[in-house]
Design a binder for this molecule. Structure first.
Ligand code: SF4
Length: 118
């Protein structure tokens, strides 16, 4: 199977294409012009990841707290991640960068606060 993506590593936006075998393994990769693009494409074609942002409830407050993943999480886990955050309530005070949910959905990714709240 042939797939194509646009590299987001820099404004050049190279078109990178890959041929994958029936197990999703990359057989050939072309179109990248640097190693950043090669690494990005290898990950994007095999285990794509994204940063996730969300709002979580705050105990005793009407305003929610904005949070995000501390690093990109596998795309296939995003729904589970948001589901877990839906049932989460944060107790104040919280500082920007504090871990609100460690190892979300059993992954190695923490959910952190993006701002202070007292
Ligand atoms: S492959 Fe390299 S040069 Fe091309 S868009 Fe990606 S980072 Fe930029």
């Amino acid at each position: 199977m042939k797939k194509e993506i646009t590299c987001i590593g820099c404004p050049m936006g190279c078109r990178i294409s890959a041929v994958l075998d029936e197990n999703g393994k990359i057989v050939s990769l072309e179109g990248y012009t640097c190693n950043v693009g090669k690494k990005y494409a290898q990950e994007e074609f095999t285990v794509p990841k994204r940063m996730v942002t969300a709002l979580v409830r705050v105990h005793g407050q009407n305003r929610p707290l904005s949070v995000k993943t501390a690093k990109p999480i596998e795309k296939s886990r995003i729904f589970d991640c948001l589901k877990q955050l839906e049932s989460c309530t944060v107790i104040l005070p919280v500082h920007a960068g504090d871990v609100v949910v460690p190892h979300v959905c059993g992954t190695d990714v923490d959910i952190v606060a993006t701002r202070e709240m007292y």
